[in-house]
Ligand binder design. Sequence first.
Ligand SMILES: C[S@@+](CC[C@H](N)C(=O)[O-])C[C@H]1O[C@@H](n2cnc3c(N)ncnc32)[C@H](O)[C@@H]1O
Length: 499
Amino acid sequence: MSKKATKTEFGDFQTPKALASEVCRLLASRRLCPASIVEPTCGRGSILSAALQAFPGAAIGLGFDINPAYAAECRQVNDLRCSVRAADFFATNWRSILADLPEPILVIGNPPWVTNAALSSLGSVNLPVKSNFHGYRGFDAKTGKSNFDISEWMLLHLLELLNGRRATLAMLCKTMVARKVLQHAWKHGFDIGRAEIHRIDATAHFNAAVDACLFCCYVEPGKRTVSCQTYEALDDSSKRHTFGYDDGRLVADIEAYSQWRHLLGESPYRWRSGVKHDCSKVMELSEAESGLRNGFGETVNLEPEYLFPMLKSSELANGRTGAPRRWMIVTQQEIGQETKQIEAAAPKTWHYLTAHADYLDKRGSSIYRKRPRFSVFGVGDYTFAPWKIAVSGFYKSLRFARLGPFQERPVVLDDTGYLLPCTSQQEAEFLYELLVSEPARQFYSSLIFWDAKRPITTDLLCALNLDKLAAESGLNKPFNEFCRSNPWTTKSAGPRLFD
Ligand SMILES: C[S@@+](CC[C@H](N)C(=O)[O-])C[C@H]1O[C@@H](n2cnc3c(N)ncnc32)[C@H](O)[C@@H]1O
């Protein structure tokens, strides 16, 4: 493995001494008096050494790192209180190590910033044995949702063992990891007396373009708070806002949310994702002078049966939703539908797909295994609804669009876009007005973490109960009428098409 790959595999970004000292100064200003200090992935030891200096009252300092050379270097810290071992975090019995330590305990450090997906693409085994710790099942277990940062696993493991003790967990990590750890801890009722997130400039300190922070979690037996102060920097003057856990979900701004929480709930309309095919070069065709062109620059001439105008997330986010310039081949009308009939129904399309089968057959995701050839996902009757409300799930903007048919074909989205299927233009206009209303905007902004990689998700969109919103605006009568005539709502009067 190359040096760069090894650095990625072990998240080997050593903390600069100046940053380590700044972190410890901040912790000392919180009047921590740890009796023991633990650095579980200590590397060369800059944080462990800064912590031992900042907390002269600590009796014990323990350091661990998988890299024996780093462990040896860290031993040079040369402090009689300190003991360092070469050890793999995932093979270490943290329960027994922590059980023996005098309280208060400070667990401090900077665990590796790498995801299980990145590790598996490197063929690495630097992972916990049980990796589906969130218990995802089915489609979620096979796709992005089950991807996690190994630091998330490490921090949760430590926090679980510290629960009920007098302890502080202070870790440099991705901000998203800190939030996920807190969400888990809050959901499971851990004894968290206080939590803080201080943003750090990861580009300046680690040359890493990620949103990162110092995450401090103060564990106090019997104390259960469910909010976290965020600060722009490693000091107190930069206080920003408070996020927290309410109604079983993470809330970006708990003060604002308290005003709009009555709009939370299951809506009769359900947001869906666009079509997933994982092969844009073959399945997406753009308009060119010579006709339609695929991602290899080949001009393609296909029957219209399986071709649908499409909009990309960037077009939704930028409001360029007028006349689509791309087309998508949608091979199925529902998940798992047989595809063989394409050969008779649209021979040119079948020939095109078989000619490019190499690319389609080697799609990596396990969702395509044991499925009809050329299968797609995220498809159902709703995909072909004539009108839709659409929004990008890829960009950091909540811009809703009304989409009507183009050249008498329903417009489709790829899997980075989300949609509400509508039966008519009037329904789409009506829902659009509800979604851009001030209460809807404020409700969503109280929930959105704009610094997340993907702030807009179906989970977020579905949190707004359009029924309640319509009732509050005195629009329940037309709302109920639209619901009744829409087969994809739970209030549909005719045959229902939702699942
Ligand atoms: C981001 S660096 C930080 C090092 C140190 N904590 C610091 O702040 O300078 C992550 C460290 O984790 C170590 N590491 C990676 N995987 C590990 C594992 N499974 N067990 C123990 N240490 C590991 C790496 O060797 C590396 O030194």
